[in-house]
Design a protein around this ligand. Structure first.
Ligand code: UDP
Length: 484
């Protein structure tokens, strides 16, 4: 396109589920435009990104940030390393990235004789709108979530609609959505359930989200073909241009600085030894875990189902997620039995998720419904068994069941009394091709094709996601020209 002198600064929130799509978006924009891109983040997060950073014009700028200054353990500037009781401090503290970001943008402006073409900031970093404005450039908010989940998340934080109901099972309407879209307080994470506008979470999210809504536009990590309803709601709600660009990591197996609990070869070897479409994959993303009670029930349910499984396992809620895994967190001799019978592979802490989802043996995914996991799963045609835990995951799960028909929700949250028998029943339902499970698989397969089409290019014909990037860049240039 010949705009290779332009520069974009990207500001991801400090969590794996945000870093991964930010990097993927950076790569896509860079590939299509030749722009220079700087991803600005703290040292630890830059360290996570570095191994996956291509050698092209994508740079990592380290923003100074001392987690100890904000009541966090040292070197913990990523949600995955932070005990739940202080994770709120990280959100609040992230606002202190504004000053070093200003210095970075100022340096770029001085060096290049013009400000960056735009700042692409995480939807949680509303302060970036003011930074962009003071340098005479524009800010575009990037939501790493899907359209439905983002619209619900933004709407709930802005309106706190759950305050109108008094019981856990009472339904409330989601502002900005059609009347039929209703939630109950059980869809909300406990801190959001308790939010009333005066608590520390509200004091962070409400102004940051409202500021982000003043961005010039929004890039949403989805595609028109799979989320027509979600995008319609999001566009109506935000009232700014929304470009839908699929930025989850669906093509490259190789992210990140993180160490897997098993070598990719061993994991593949294990999957190779199982029949096609037989294995259930279980993972709760990069930062969540379930309770000790739930872990035992899940293990028993998996064993009862008799289905082979790969489970990325971490210590239960209330324990150090990086700490040693204790055998008493599982039924007696469970791990040994699974090894002997080859029914289950337990991978501690982290696995190469996309490789597992891409393997022909994988049939279903017990997932917390983090948006990247959802997209990765659907990009491989793998239906989902939902177990949402935090953030916008329960809204994603609702959308997967009600709008897409590719999932069954097994349970919700870390407090539920899910039982082994229910785990067995739902797994069997989804893996069984003859009934509902077969239908879900068929729909997941259709979505897989749509995703492939949206990110693909064939001569002149380009998929909707690529077209959205090109439209976005053209719009930025029109803006840039307008500014002279
Ligand atoms: N992930 C992975 N291995 C793991 C756990 C997570 O590769 O053991 C990756 C996963 O593929 C996804 C990201 O981490 O790209 C998690 O993002 P998601 O939005 O699903 O959930 P979050 O971690 O933000 O809750």
């Amino acid at each position: 396109m010949g705009f290779d002198k332009d520069h974009i600064v990207m500001l991801p929130f400090l969590a794996q589920g945000h870093l991964i799509p930010f990097l993927a978006l950076a790569k896509q924009i860079q590939h299509r435009t030749g722009f220079t891109i700087t991803i600005a983040t703290t040292a630890l997060n830059a360290h996570y990104l570095r191994p996956a950073q291509p050698n092209t014009n994508i740079h990592l700028a380290e923003l100074p940030f001392r987690s100890e200054d904000y009541g966090l353990p040292p070197n913990t500037e990523n949600t995955e390393n932070i005990p739940l009781n202080v994770v709120g401090n990280l959100f609040t503290a992230s606002q202190h990235l504004e000053a070093p970001t200003r210095r970075l943008v100022s340096d770029i402006t001085e060096k290049e004789g013009k400000p960056p073409l735009c700042l692409i900031s995480d939807v949680f970093f509303g302060w970036a709108v003011n930074v962009a404005k003071s340098f005479g450039t524009v800010n575009v908010a990037f939501t790493t979530g899907g359209a439905y989940g983002t619209a619900a998340y933004v709407s709930i934080w802005q309106h706190l609609p759950h305050r109108s109901v008094s019981s856990e099972d009472a339904e409330f309407h989601l502002p900005g959505f059609p009347e039929r879209c209703r939630l109950t307080p059980s869809h909300l994470h406990p801190f959001l359930r308790a939010a009333d506008g005066t608590d520390s979470w509200s004091r962070y999210f409400q102004p940051q989200i409202s500021l982000s809504m003043k961005s010039f536009g929004c890039i949403c990590n989805t595609i028109e073909e799979i989320e027509p309803f979600g995008l319609e709601v999001l566009r109506n709600y935000l009232k700014v241009p929304v470009w839908s660009v699929l930025a989850s990591n669906i093509s490259s197996q190789k992210y990140s600085g993180k160490k897997s609990g098993i070598s990719a070869e061993k994991c593949i070897e294990w999957l190779d030894s199982h029949a096609s479409d037989s294995v259930v994959y279980i993972s709760f993303g990069s930062q969540n875990t379930i309770s000790a009670y739930q872990m035992i029930e899940l293990a028993k349910g998996l064993e009862k189902s008799g289905k082979p499984f790969v489970w990325v396992i971490r210590p239960p809620v209330g324990h150090d997620l990086k700490g040693e895994f204790r055998p008493e967190w599982l039924p007696e001799r469970f791990e040994e039995r699974m090894r002997e019978t080859k029914q289950g592979l337990l991978v501690h802490n982290w696995a190469s998720q996309l490789e597992i989802l891409s393997h022909e043996a994988t049939r279903a995914f017990v997932s917390h419904c983090g948006w990247n996991s959802v997209v990765e799963s659907l990009s491989r045609g793998v239906p989902i068994i939902g177990w949402p835990l935090a953030a916008e995951q329960a809204y994603n799960s609702k959308m997967l069941v009600e709008e897409m028909g590719v999932s069954v929700e097994l349970t919700r949250g870390v407090k539920s009394n899910v039982e082994a028998e229910e785990v067995r029943r739902v797994i069997e339902l989804v893996v069984d091709d003859s009934g509902e499970g077969g239908e879900m698989r068929r729909r997941a397969g259709e979505i897989m094709e749509k995703i492939r089409g949206a990110v693909g290019e064939d001569g002149e014909a380009k998929g909707s996601s690529l077209k959205a990037i090109d439209d976005f860049v053209s719009e930025l240039h029109s803006q840039g020209e307008g500014r002279g």
